[in-house]
Design a protein around this ligand. Structure first.
Ligand SMILES: Cc1cc2nc3c(=O)[nH]c(=O)nc-3n(C[C@H](O)[C@H](O)[C@H](O)COP(=O)(O)OP(=O)(O)OC[C@H]3O[C@@H](n4cnc5c(N)ncnc54)[C@H](O)[C@@H]3O)c2cc1C
Length: 410
């Protein structure tokens, strides 16, 4: 017996920021989409919570601002880092122009739920949760849909355009024979939760010293903490014992001494492998890769979610008319890559630079405590420039996208 078959205009593998946003934009503009998400809900491990001003601008454009604001989140205008005990403020979004001048730290599952809920208002939006893309359907050289396992069993989905938005380990990309070039980051991150302390210091992105770097993302009631470790160093950390991890936390961020005991065993710790890579070619006939499937971003500057969303907006802007007409050719797909590759090609080297200089275990060793006069002078001179640069490249990005008139609701 042949497998059940669905037919749609655009089939998207992956219900992350890139996939759900693209699905929403196309369905809203009257194009039939099927989005497959292999998990049965959006509620899972830490995947990046930072929603930058350029993305909040899009939320405004989509008319979702009131519902966005109603979701519990922290709006952060400045961010500190503590380098060897010296508190610095290298990020200040007050330098941005425009209405939105802060980062929203919102759990990604809430953000995705908002986009999916909005999508469900449009009859052309079909989000299949618990549906995993397993391979591609081919017509000669061209991709013409996906095979999937769903909660109701195996399925085939025919599509004019297939989009791989299934993240950095993309199954669809691999099935299409596309392989990213890796740029090698020498770190991994151990993520865990720490309760908020009774007296909270100002919002602080990270604590660094000559041994460790600890990320402390403030969330409602707790910190999303991330300890940077050398790539492949997790087994050695485990052998040293959980108390060794706790001791490192306290050495680099002494204010956490009273709460670090809540991390009792390795079950509470999640390893995330950091990657920076990208495809030379983001497409094959009938198939386009976007988001991390086209270019995995490291956590540095927290831009990955925002770049994934900008890819989705550019894709919708450039392809919606072609999809409506039922004709998408390789020149159209190449146009998406030409639009989005430049910002990725500028940001990834900055991430790699940040990792090689400071965002690594022991990266805080370059500042003494107390700072000698010449370090204090250098920091005082550099910070105002740094604040402007980070506000611009982090908050807005190199090529912020806006919804084109062709994406107006049908
Ligand atoms: C440790 C770490 C911390 C990070 N922190 C931040 C941060 O603070 N801010 C930030 O902006 N970015 C951060 N990033 C980067 C960010 O998480 C990604 O760049 C971003 O999530 C990419 O979005 P995406 O939609 O392309 O892919 P993903 O978010 O990876 O989404 C892909 C989706 O596809 C689903 N999927 C996978 N395979 C299949 C399949 N075969 N079939 C169906 N569904 C499938 C997955 O379940 C997932 O929901 C971080 C990354 C790492 C590694």
């Amino acid at each position: 017996m042949s497998e059940p078959r669905l037919s749609t205009t655009c089939c998207i593998a992956g219900g992350g920021p890139a996939g759900v946003m693209l699905g929403l934009l196309l369905a809203r503009a009257g194009v039939a989409v099927v989005v497959l998400e292999r998990h049965s809900d959006f509620f899972r491990d830490f995947r990046g919570d930072t929603i930058h001003p350029s993305t909040i601008d899009l939320i405004d454009q989509l008319g979702l601002r009131e519902r966005f604001d109603a979701i519990a989140h922290s709006a952060i205008r400045t961010l500190d880092v503590v380098v060897n005990g010296n508190r610095l403020t290298p990020v200040d979004f007050a330098h941005l122009r425009g209405r939105n001048r802060s980062i929203a730290l919102m759990p990604q599952w809430d953000f995705l739920s908002l986009l999916a809920e909005e999508g469900s208002r449009y009859p052309e939006f079909h989000l299949l949760m618990g549906a995993e893309a397993t391979g591609i359907l081919r017509d000669g050289d061209a991709v013409r849909g996906l095979t999937a396992t769903t909660q109701d069993g195996p399925m085939e989905i025919d599509a004019l355009l297939t989009v791989a938005a299934d993240g950095r380990d993309s199954t669809v990309r691999r099935a299409a024979g596309l392989h990213p070039r890796d740029y090698g980051v020498a770190i991994d991150v151990l993520w865990f939760h720490l309760p908020r302390t009774p007296v909270n210091p100002p919002d602080t992105l990270a604590y660094l010293d000559s041994e460790s770097m600890l990320i402390t993302i403030p969330r409602e009631g707790y910190y999303q903490a991330g300890m940077l470790i050398p790539k492949g160093g997790y087994p050695a950390m485990q052998r040293a014992g959980i108390e060794d991890l706790r001791a490192r936390v306290v050495r680099v961020a002494p204010f956490l001494a009273d709460v670090v005991g809540s991390v009792e065993d390795w079950q509470q710790v999640r390893l995330l492998t950091v990657q920076v890579n990208r495809l030379d070619r983001w497409w094959r006939p009938g198939l386009l890769c976007i988001g991390d499937a086209a270019h995995a971003m490291s956590p540095a500057f927290g831009v990955g979610v925002n770049y994934a969303i900008q890819d989705a907006v550019a894709t919708a802007n450039l392809l919606v008319d072609r999809l409506r007409r039922g004709a998408v050719d390789t020149a159209d797909l190449e146009r998406v890559q030409r639009r989005r590759l430049p910002p990725v090609r500028r940001m990834q080297p900055l991430q790699l630079r940040l990792h090689s200089v400071i965002a690594k275990p022991g990266g805080g060793g370059f500042l003494a405590n107390p700072m000698p006069w010449w370090q204090r002078a250098a920091v005082t001179a550099a910070l105002p420039i740094l604040r402007r640069v980070t506000a611009r490249i982090v908050g807005r990005g190199f090529r912020p996208e806006v919804l084109g008139p062709q994406l107006h609701p049908h």
